[in-house]
Structures are given as structure tokens and as C-alpha cells.
Design a protein around this ligand. Structure first.
Ligand SMILES: Nc1ncnc2c1ncn2[C@@H]1O[C@H](COP(=O)(O)OP(=O)(O)OP(=O)(O)O)[C@@H](O)[C@H]1O
Length: 325
């Protein structure tokens, strides 16, 4: 079992900016990053940056490579090739480990500990621990500090795991489907806590999720992965602005010729009505109603188009991805 308190040690330096870091240093930078399990690549040719201070949704179908990417950043896995930097450092360094908190899908807390004992261990292992914040999150869920972790429901365990992560006051918070076993009210409350954490401390959040419709007003950055490769990375508003949803009448086989100059992400036909999500490369000819897609419409279209050419906004590009663009 992974150490649930994977939070650095007393001797780790405080999670402040290192000498090698400046205003521009991204929270995460992947270059040629890949991870293979036996003969299968879980993640491949990954080149992107996540600027500091963003709340980033990490989206992709089951088995796309999201957990693999988060585990590499949390130093729970070794890359097979390429490299990943956390605020400019390898995830292996004590400085990185002290700045990162990870809440995985399995939330491997110690079942024999009480909640209070878990928080105490978090306090003893993490310099800069914020006991009030961790306790507040636990109490908001009406969880007794004296309850044994093994007796908690799945959602309550998630809350305790999040309290441990928030208590650490990390600079990078990695969350693997944190909301999947929480009821809608608790999701709302945890989301608000996340947003206030970011506003108060400039924390960067990278959060894998399938709850796309709920992320619309929460995340300002997006990374999508399909088939182990990054397809979209950048500011949500810039990515949405680079796409157009077209609706119009179309008869006949195949795509309308007016769409040929553009990158067509996906199309949907009902009778003679065609809906197409495109990346326009200039004015679109023909009689089409134009809309900016919602985040959900965009993501569903990309999930249906696993082989589409990647789109990275300038802030998400590394030197390598700029060369490829
Ligand atoms: N320890 C492992 N051993 C072998 N294969 C693995 C291992 N971990 C992940 N994989 C494989 O790597 C690929 C990516 O898995 P990963 O867990 O990163 O996907 P994911 O996007 O997080 O999926 P989900 O949304 O279902 O959680 C999958 O094909 C998976 O089977």
C-alpha cells in the first residue's frame, strides 16, 4: 500500500519557491514523457506545461492515461522515457515531495487509525501543516474525529483524504477523480473549498474527472488525454474560442465541401441536419448557424475523435510542442 501520508518529512525544506524557480516556472512540465507497462504505452510523447495557479481538469476516457500522469507527478511511478518537472524540479526531490499532495482513487488511509490520529500523523510529517483547515473539512462532513477510518463510508473517506491533502497546504494538489463518490451537495462544498484554496494560496490543482458538466465553472485550464496522448492543453476560454459548433442542412454523402479547409473534430447527422465541431482556419463558407461550444460539447466531441491532431495554447507549449505545432 502506498503511504497515505505521502507528504514529505520533517527534514524536507518548506514548500517555498526554490532558487531555480521564477514567476514563469510552470507547476508541471512534461517533455517527451512516456510510461509503458510491459508492451503497452499508458502515456506517450507527452509535451505540455501547466502554468502555476490554475485549476486544471484532466479529462479522457477510461484507460486514457490520466492516473498514470498523476502518479508520475506524485512520484509514485517512474517514467519509461522523457521527463516531468514539478516547479522546475524532478518529482523525486524532497522539495517536490513537500510541495505536492496527491489524493488517489483508492484513498489508502489506515483503517485502524481514528480520523484524529490520521490528522496527527499528517501534522507530524508535514512542515507548514494547517490543522484548522484539515479539521474544518472533516467537521463540515459531520465526521467525528474519534471515528475509526475503517468504519467510514466511501464519501467520508474521500473527505478525510482531502482534509489530509489540504492540511499539507501543497503548492500542487493532484486529485484523481476526487468527486466520484461524493453526493452533489458535498461536491459543491468541496469545489468551493478548492476554489478558495486557490484564491487564498495560489495553489495549482490538477484534477482528473469524468464529471465534465460540473467542471465548467470550476476549471480555468484543461488537459485532455486519449490513447495515452495529450490532445488539448490550455486555458478553457482560449480552447473554446478556437472552436465553432456549426449547424445546418446537409444532403448527400460525406462531409460538406465547405468544411474541407477546416479541422473537423466531429460531426453528427440527424436526418438532413448536420452538427459539426470544427477548428476554423478562416471564414466558413455556406449557410451555417455558428455557436461557441460549451465545455461539455467540446469534450464529448474530442472523446469521439481519439486521433485528432493536438491543440495546445501558447501557455501550454514546451519548446518541443512548439516545434511540433
Ligand atoms: N500497474 C499497471 N500495470 C499494467 N497496466 C497498467 C497499470 N496501470 C495502468 N495500466 C494501463 O495503462 C493504461 C492507462 O491507465 P490509467 O489508469 O492511467 O487510465 P485512466 O485514464 O486513469 O483511466 P480511468 O478513467 O479508468 O481511471 C490502461 O490501459 C491501463 O490498463
Amino acid at each position: 500500500m502506498n503511504n497515505p501520508l505521502h507528504q514529505g518529512s520533517r527534514t524536507d525544506p518548506a514548500p517555498h519557491r526554490t532558487a531555480a524557480e521564477n514567476e514563469e516556472t510552470p507547476a508541471l512540465e512534461a517533455r517527451g514523457l512516456g510510461r509503458r507497462f510491459r508492451r503497452n504505452w499508458a502515456l506517450r510523447d507527452c509535451d505540455f506545461r501547466l502554468p502555476a495557479g490554475r485549476i486544471c481538469a484532466l479529462v479522457g476516457p477510461n484507460g486514457a492515461g490520466k492516473t498514470t500522469l498523476l502518479s508520475l507527478a506524485a512520484d509514485l511511478l517512474e517514467p519509461t522515457c522523457g521527463r516531468l518537472r514539478v516547479f522546475g524540479d524532478s518529482p523525486k526531490t524532497p522539495a517536490s515531495r513537500s510541495r505536492v499532495a496527491f489524493v488517489g482513487q483508492r484513498k489508502p488511509l489506515y483503517p485502524g487509525f481514528t480520523v484524529e490520529e490520521m490528522l496527527r500523523a499528517g501534522r507530524e510529517l508535514n512542515p507548514g501543516w494547517d490543522q484548522a483547515k484539515a479539521e474544518r473539512l472533516v467537521r463540515q462532513g459531520d465526521i467525528s474525529l474519534h471515528a475509526k477510518v475503517g468504519t467510514l463510508s466511501g464519501g467520508q473517506r474521500t473527505r478525510v483524504a482531502l482534509a489530509l491533502a489540504f492540511g499539507k497546504r501543497p503548492r500542487l494538489l493532484l486529485l484523481d477523480e476526487p468527486m466520484s463518490d461524493l453526493d452533489p451537495l458535498v461536491r459543491h462544498e468541496i469545489t468551493a473549498a478548492l476554489m478558495s484554496e486557490v484564491a487564498e494560496h495560489g495553489t495549482t490543482v490538477l484534477m482528473s474527472t469524468h464529471l465534465v458538466s460540473e467542471m465548467d465553472h470550476v476549471c480555468d485550464y484543461l488537459v485532455t488525454v486519449t490513447g495515452g496522448r495529450v490532445r488539448l492543453a490550455g486555458e478553457v476560454d482560449v480552447i473554446l474560442g478556437a472552436h465553432t459548433l456549426l449547424m445546418g442542412r446537409h444532403q448527400g454523402e460525406g462531409l460538406p465541401s465547405e468544411l474541407a479547409p477546416h479541422t473537423v473534430v466531429s460531426t453528427d447527422t440527424t436526418g438532413h441536419q448536420l452538427t459539426a465541431l470544427i477548428r476554423p482556419r478562416g471564414p466558413v463558407a455556406g449557410q451555417w448557424a455558428h455557436h461557441e461550444p460549451s465545455l461539455e460539447e467540446l469534450l464529448i466531441a474530442y472523446l469521439r475523435a481519439p486521433d485528432i491532431e493536438p491543440l495546445l495554447t501558447p501557455s501550454a507549449r514546451t519548446g518541443a510542442s512548439e516545434d511540433a505545432a
